[in-house]
Design a protein around this ligand. Structure first.
Ligand code: G3P
Ligand code: CA
Ligand code: CA
Length: 289
């Protein structure tokens, strides 16, 4: 009867659509349902055209207010103020807390179970202007690049594992001896040199283009999560890298927050230590394959 029919259809739907744990098996760009190893079903976006496809969106880092210094919305640093009382910040790089939604990923922070569940080989990064709609992410991105050296298995299989190996902790190490790995990248949109020059002119002497770098300390021993597009050769990393601990001593609390050191010489001015307005007002989307 009808009930059985509905049950049958539901089972079929369940089997057909929720069985994969990464985007590897799909064909078209867009949103899909995935199932984690523990059986949690979640929605995400798959990029099926970059370098053969198979890229799963696992997180986005969004700055909601440059004037809020480690306040509400600063999930990738600290929402509890800029203080050495919270040397690990909110800890979202290493925990299994999830937040946000896929369609809202350029309007607020996003993290799905894939972040810790998918055993990945490579990372892909898009910088997409804030509030751009999902269907336009790819064409509107100001830059898109990925690694291709299959580096993740050496560092715990994904960002969740990598940051267990390289903890984000204020005073957990010093610049530059304790900085984490720099992995070479290939750009699909944009190029390494132009991208590096989106950060403040004073940072040009402190970065080398063509890498993505993890767990970097600055002069004051704050730890930053990711330096996008560059390797740090200097220690004013707060003007280049994003995410990290809950305490940034220099000018406290001025540098605290997801990208809060990026406006050190004015908001979006691209003067001295400040990044361009374009990159300042873009969300970072993180994909695994
Ligand atoms: O990170 C830059 C800071 O350490 C020095 O800033 O403005 O005194 O050159 P400033
Ligand atoms: Ca945020
Ligand atoms: Ca500094």
């Amino acid at each position: 009867d009808n009930v059985e029919f509905n049950l049958f259809n539901r089972t079929t739907l369940f089997v057909c659509c929720f069985k994969y744990s990464t985007c590897l098996q799909y064909f078209l760009n867009g949103h899909y349902y995935l199932k984690s190893k523990t059986g949690i079903i979640y929605e995400t976006y798959c990029d099926m055209t970059t370098d053969g496809g198979g890229w799963t969106l696992v997180a986005s880092v969004h700055e909601n207010n440059m004037h809020g210094k480690c306040t509400v919305g600063d999930r990738w640093t600290s929402q509890q103020g800029c203080s050495s009382v919270f040397p690990d910040g909110d800890g979202n790089w290493v925990n299994k807390v999830t937040f946000g939604n896929v369609e809202g990923a350029t309007g607020d922070d996003y993290k799905n179970p894939g972040y810790y569940d998918i055993q990945a080989q490579d990372l892909s990064v898009w910088h997409v202007p804030n509030l751009v709609l999902m269907e336009n992410w790819k064409k509107s991105a100001i830059a898109r690049y990925h690694t291709n050296s299959k580096f993740f298995p050496r560092y715990g299989g994904n960002l969740h594992g990598l940051f267990q190996h390289f903890p984000l902790k204020y005073k957990g190490g010093v610049c530059k001896t304790d900085n984490g790995p720099s992995i070479p990248i290939v750009f699909e949109k944009g190029d390494a040199k132009n991208f590096k020059e989106m950060y403040g002119p004073e940072t040009y002497g402190e970065t080398e283009p063509g890498y993505v770098t993890f767990r970097v300390f600055n002069f004051e021993q704050a730890a930053l999560a990711i330096c996008s597009g560059v390797k740090m050769i200097g220690c004013n990393s707060e003007h280049v890298c994003f995410g990290g601990t809950g305490f940034f001593p220099e000018g406290s609390p001025k540098q605290c927050g997801e990208i809060a050191g990026w406006d050190w010489s004015g908001y979006g001015t691209h003067d001295r230590w400040s990044a361009t307005k374009t990159i300042t007002e873009s969300t970072v989307l993180l994909f695994y394959r």
